[in-house]
Ligand binder design. Structure first.
Ligand SMILES: [Fe+2]
Ligand SMILES: [Fe+2]
Length: 420
């Protein structure tokens, strides 16, 4: 018996255990032979995997790689293993993610990607090596003081505060929120593009903000608007260390993946997860911009020693981007739940982890594993098992999430950055 991903199920396969939907509701009994009709319905029910009789985990892997060149698979395995050196391949979720990434890498190479180029894990850093500072910058920095007094943060658009106030005021109506958003024509246009994208899959076109508010809900649309405004604030910060498009690609991908995972948990506030994923590494932009010596030192150490960047950051400055990012969104008066999702997205404690940071943590791991953009990290961060337990899903959501997220990432990046 082995677990088969939903999109690999075929007619005539026999269920080795009862099939239940994501709420645990009984769907099909043990021993049922699947038909085409069952497969269609299973997809509609959002089932991510099924136990199938007469097939082993090895058979499943063999089926997936049967049509692939073994030499390419070997290269893909080696490259992926490099990215996973800090991850625990003994953990079932990481092992599953690793296999997904090997197949994806093998497909990329088969489709013409240059493996030698792919092997340069942190190309941008390698090239900027000669500019890096080698001595310890030394000075101890108080991150709170930095946020409050030392740096002049780019000013937020007025609309950001107005939306924020409208979200926190229970008396504010849908029309009030729509009116605020309508005042900013470029924000309205971008939001309409987002809600009309395939990601939302609404059958008919939504052409006004009032209609978008009515369909998606005041809170959900406001959260999307906040994310769009926050990006506009940081969009033009030049960085010597990182390709900004790649940074936002990583952030958008993490947001989309977080949103999908939260939807598997039947969470109705999926946009909150999108915003948390979108802003999770925003502290790194503060470090890149305002602490360039420390940023260089941390990047250099991580690169030289094959270490995780968030750990070398902490060694150099005694805080990491997660802390400074959460302080920034606190300063922006964004909800505490979002502050925590950012603050604890690299959890290292054995304490229980709330759902929001747990989902962002897993989404960041998936995004780094897939190598979609980068925020400077070259490795897959280790999975916190408490976070995985808190999410409480089967490993089948990994393949389902990757499959659902990939087509939407490039499109969403393009909506946020149409000119690039
Ligand atoms: Fe991070
Ligand atoms: Fe990240």
């Amino acid at each position: 018996m082995a677990k088969i991903d939903m999109f690999e199920l075929e007619p005539d396969m026999v269920l080795a255990s009862a099939l239940r939907d994501r709420n645990g509701r009984f769907l099909l009994g043990k021993g049922v032979k699947l038909t085409l009709k069952h497969l269609k319905i299973i997809k509609m029910w959002g089932v991510v995997e099924a136990d199938i009789e007469g097939i082993s985990e090895k058979d499943v892997e063999a089926r997936k790689t049967a049509h692939m060149d073994p030499a390419i698979l070997e290269v893909a395995d080696r490259l992926t293993r490099k990215r996973f050196i800090h991850a625990d391949l003994e953990h079932q979720a990481i092992r599953r993610l690793f296999h997904i990434c090997v197949l994806r890498k093998a497909k990329e190479i088969t489709d013409g990607a240059d493996p030698a180029r792919a092997e340069e894990l942190c190309d941008h850093l390698a090239h900027s090596d000669h500019n890096l500072v080698t001595e310890n910058p030394g000075t101890k920095i108080d991150p709170g003081e930095l946020i409050r007094n030392k740096i002049k943060l780019p000013s937020l658009p007025i609309i950001f505060n107005q939306i924020n106030e409208a979200i926190s005021d229970p008396r504010s109506s849908a029309t009030h929120v729509a009116n605020i958003i309508n005042k900013d024509s470029s924000l309205s246009a971008r939001l309409l593009k987002i809600v009309n994208s395939a990601f939302y899959g609404f059958p008919s076109r939504i052409d006004t903000i009032s209609r978008a508010v009515a369909i998606i809900g005041t809170k959900q649309l406001s959260i999307l608007a906040l994310g769009t405004s926050a990006i506009s604030v940081f969009k033009d910060i030049p960085s010597d260390f990182i390709d900004m498009r790649s940074f936002w690609k990583h952030s958008v991908a993490c947001g989309i993946i977080a949103r999908i995972i939260s939807s598997y948990r039947n969470n109705t506030m999926t946009e909150r997860f999108f915003l948390a994923g979108l802003l999770h590494d925003i502290g790194r932009l503060i470090i890149f911009k305002y602490l360039p010596l420390q940023a260089k030192e941390a990047l250099l150490r991580a690169n030289r020693t094959n270490s995780l960047l968030y750990k070398t950051e902490e060694d150099v400055t005694e805080f990491d981007h997660a802390l400074i990012g959460s302080m920034l969104v606190k300063e922006w008066k964004l909800p505490a739940i979002l502050q925590d999702a950012i603050r604890y997205h690299h959890p290292c404690s054995e304490r229980q982890i709330p759902l929001e940071p747990a989902v962002v943590h897993l989404s960041d791991i998936i995004t780094n594993a897939l190598g979609i953009g980068t925020s400077g990290e070259q490795f897959v961060p280790p999975l916190n098992t408490k976070a995985w337990d808190e999410i409480g899903m089967s490993t089948g959501i990994l393949a389902a999430t990757v499959r659902e997220a990939e087509p939407h990432i490039a499109q969403t990046v393009h909506i946020f950055f149409p000119d690039e």
